[in-house]
Design a protein around this ligand. Structure first.
Ligand code: S3P
Length: 444
């Protein structure tokens, strides 16, 4: 999938970024639209689907499990589902490439179906923890036939013939764990309940309701947020319009804030409050981000965001905010390195389980560019001080968000910032480099 030879790229100090851009469709919703579409009876039409490698791998997996999945135009897809419990045994290994979300959610769907499937991925995905999915789905009756050491891929999972509903408290706030349990719970009789101490993104809950399942969300309990799904629904096809991904918008947003004189409008960005921790934090840092033209489509809120270059100041980012911006810390750390004063980001333990160990890799990348960052337990401490030196080569470790974040840094640092490999950007943001160039960024 990726070129054998890494493909480096450098970003250099650029003139003011100007213009409008629409980033691709939301990755979380794109995976879910395909997977839930595969579990409905009839045809689901999806528009604005993210056509990045991660989501394409999910489309192949849903096809291998018996759904008819067809691309009808740019971002336009049709899925003919097989119904809850109707997945068919795949004839070959399901390869999820770089994608934890695709892999873990499809594991949930398989766990609730009487099929056996083998899950695999690239070298990055093979390092990521999967036991967190196997634990709850085994309680529901699925069986791990084989796995690599420490619960790593490749894993062969035999789904439950008669899945049992469970009450499950997620050990860490994770939409992937929550979603896997709810997906398996679709074919269990009675109520499957997930309780999370802190709310994680709620696209699964929203989309399941959209497809006709009975999902109840209670926020007030002392235990946290409780999601109750009534099992064995007949999911009915419903169109899905995928809004632009706020985690992708994060990169041009920070670029516009740190390149002096910039003014950029990012259109149609999803502003679901469980995804907007970065915007909250940047505003606390003094960022000029205006929300324009708020609208709602199929249960999600979206808006155009006008972002103007701003003098940023260091802040403390509370641990409780982490789930609402979990993928945004690398680029926030870049923004913090341009701020006056120190930024302390608390409670980042989960970053160690992402496409790379993002806590260590972000710190190394900042150090390579002259920023004296510190890791204290699970906290990242970034000293500001104006314009970082740059001049480093960033090791991206197969991590798209490290690659995108540090190209942003080079647009405003003293000297250029190079990354060792651009190719993983295609997992979530095909067209990233041309989009930045269209705003005036200098990348070569
Ligand atoms: C995602 C959940 C998050 C996030 C990932 C997408 C999802 O992972 O990091 O990029 O779509 O459910 P965790 O649930 O493991 O925190």
């Amino acid at each position: 999938m990726h070129a054998a030879a890494p493909s480096p790229l450098a970003a250099r100090r650029s003139p003011p970024l100007r213009g409008r851009a629409r980033v691709p469709g939301d990755k979380s919703i794109s995976h879910r639209a395909l997977i839930f579409g595969a579990l409905t009876v009839g045809e689901t039409r999806i528009s604005g689907l993210l056509e990045g490698e991660d989501v394409i791998n999910t489309s192949k997996a849903t096809r291998a499990l018996g759904a008819e999945v067809e691309r009808t135009g740019e971002g336009e897809w049709r899925v003919h589902g097989v119904g809850v419990g109707g997945l068919r045994p795949p004839s070959s290994v399901l390869d999820f490439g770089n994608s934890g979300t695709g892999c873990r959610l499809v594991m949930g769907a398989v766990a609730g179906s009487p099929v056996t499937a083998t899950f695999d991925g690239d070298a990055s995905l093979r390092k990521r923890p999967m036991q967190r999915i196997l634990d709850p789905v085994e309680l529901m009756g699925a069986r791990t036939v084989s796995m690599s050491e420490h619960g790593r891929l490749p894993i062969t999972l035999a789904g439950a013939r008669d899945p049992m509903p469970i009450v499950y408290r997620t050990p860490v706030p994770s939409a992937q764990i929550k979603s896997a349990v709810l997906l398996a719970g679709l074919s269990a009789p009675g109520e499957t309940i997930v309780i999370e101490a802190q709310a994680s993104r709620d696209h699964t809950e929203r989309l399941l309701s959209h497809f006709g399942a009975e999902v109840k969300v209670e926020n007030d309990g002392a235990e946290g947020r409780k999601i109750t799904l009534r099992g064995e629904p007949e999911l009915v096809p419903a169109p899905v319009v995928v809004p632009a991904d706020p985690s992708s918008a994060a990169f041009p947003m920070v670029a516009a804030l740190i390149v002096p004189g910039s003014e950029v409008i990012l259109t149609g960005v999803m502003t679901n409050p469980l995804r907007t921790g970065l915007i909250t934090t940047l505003r606390e840092m003094g960022a000029d981000i205006e929300t324009l033209n708020v609208r709602h489509d199929l249960g999600e809120e979206m808006a155009d965001l006008r972002v103007c270059a701003s003098a940023l100041r260091g802040v403390e980012v509370p641990a409780a905010r982490a789930p609402s911006m979990i993928d945004e810390y690398p680029v926030l750390a870049v923004a913090a390195s341009f701020a006056e004063g120190t930024t302390v980001m608390r409670g980042l333990g989960e970053l160690r389980t992402k496409e790379s160990d993002r806590l260590a890799v972000t710190a190394d990348a900042l150090r390579a560019n002259g920023v004296a960052v510190e890791i204290d337990g699970d906290d990242l401490i970034v000293p500001g001080g104006g314009r970082p030196a740059g001049g480093g080569v960033v090791a991206t470790h197969m991590d798209h968000r490290i690659a995108m974040g540090f190209l942003v840094m080079g647009l405003a640092s003293e000297r250029p910032v190079a990354i060792d490999d651009v190719s993983f950007i295609a997992t979530s943001f095909p067209g990233y480099v041309p989009m930045l160039r269209s705003l005036g960024a200098e990348l070569s």
